[in-house]
Design a protein around this ligand. Structure first.
Ligand SMILES: NC(=O)c1ccc[n+]([C@@H]2O[C@H](COP(=O)([O-])OP(=O)(O)OC[C@H]3O[C@@H](n4cnc5c(N)ncnc54)[C@H](OP(=O)(O)O)[C@@H]3O)[C@@H](O)[C@H]2O)c1
Length: 309
């Protein structure tokens, strides 16, 4: 198939493109930078230089590629201050709203068979009921104040993609990425914060996280591109775990001292309400549907071993 990847040079894109190429697909990878064309060629893709927020450039580049499938992996996350999450996600939120609309409209004009888009389940599910959620469970109706716009952008993207009845609209709710090219990797921001004891355990650390190795996220995406059906898939490992469990375990793996414990009100001061929610109240996700319908299995079934891989 001809596959158009928007976000081809990012953390997930760099893992996804070579896998699609290896599976025999013709990949057209989008970047804003002339200078990243060589990297895309090395990954085996046709490089397409375009700005995802420019309607003319998106329409032209998708029109030229004539893809069977579009994959939307556009984000602009960078460094985040959780106290100002919506501010720091503002560009990502535009990519998830305006960017989604532009790709959908270009895809419709080109007659794409599938449209696969990145969503997120690291903090998206309602914070009621059991610790691990399936795709049918409701999204959080009352996100923390600092993350309302970001949550709204996720909902917008999902609704637009699932509502595109002229194609097979697929939403991949990825868990927390770790591994090469992510901030949870040796030498990178989060690992280093944990190593330096700057990633404290807030309250009871009862927030449940679902992780996914970036290579496994890419493999699941290839499966969705090739044989996914309209709907939502959680792309997570087999081992959702509370912060109180994974954070000390990771600190130990990194040879760091035990994470500091701070009460909620202190957590709120340095990480805002959004940070406290993520540490104490968020829910994990189940990969049962992805395994069944995508015939996919994570090669790293648990972060316990994956972090060390
Ligand atoms: N589920 C998760 O845990 C999750 C999800 C997403 C990201 N993250 C983390 O966030 C960090 C990096 O994310 P990131 O978003 O900063 O960067 P990134 O991984 O470099 O990905 C951003 C991608 O979007 C493209 N892009 C952004 N704006 C664009 C525009 N206007 N037009 C065309 N392409 C555009 C970029 O292309 P060019 O720059 O080449 O133009 C790049 O390919 C990583 O640590 C990653 O693990 C985690």
């Amino acid at each position: 198939m001809r596959v158009f990847v928007a976000g081809a040079t990012g953390a997930i894109g760099k893992q996804l493109v070579p896998r699609l190429v290896k599976a025999g697909h013709e990949v057209h990878g989008m970047t804003r930078s002339e200078s990243k064309q060589a990297m895309l060629h090395e990954l085996g893709a046709v490089a397409v230089v375009a700005d995802a927020l420019d309607p003319g450039e998106v329409a032209e580049s998708v029109g030229k590629a004539r893809p069977d499938v579009i994959v939307h992996q556009l984000t602009a996350i960078g460094s985040i201050d959780l106290r100002h999450l919506d501010r720091d996600f503002a560009m990502t939120n535009r990519l998830r709203t305006e960017g989604t609309d532009l790709l959908l409209s270009a895809g419709q004009a080109a007659g794409v068979r599938r449209f696969v888009a990145q969503s997120n389940c690291t903090w998206s599910y309602a914070r009621t009921g059991g610790p691990v959620k399936s795709e049918e469970d409701p999204l959080d109706p009352t996100p923390a104040r600092e993350m309302r716009e970001t949550a709204a952008a996720i909902r917008y993207l999902e609704k637009a993609v699932l509502g595109a009845l002229w194609t097979e609209g697929i939403v991949l709710r990825y868990g927390a990425f770790y591994g090469p090219g992510t901030s949870l990797a040796p030498g990178e921001e989060q690992f280093e914060a944990i190593r330096k004891r700057r990633f404290p355990l807030v309250g009871d650390g009862g927030g449940v996280w679902s992780f996914i190795h970036i290579a496994d996220a890419a493999e699941a995406t290839v499966a969705a591109v090739e044989h996914g059906h309209r709907g939502v898939y959680n792309i997570v490992d087999d081992d959702p775990a509370p912060v109180a469990e994974w954070l000390p375990a990771l600190a130990q793996k990194l040879g760091a001292r035990k994470p500091m414990r701070v009460p909620r009100f202190v957590g709120r001061m340095f990480a805002g309400e959004a940070g406290v929610v993520m540490m104490t109240d968020t829910r994990g996700a189940s990969n049962t549907r992805a395994k069944r319908e995508l015939a996919w299995r994570p090669a790293h079934p648990s972060w316990r071993d994956g972090f060390a891989a």
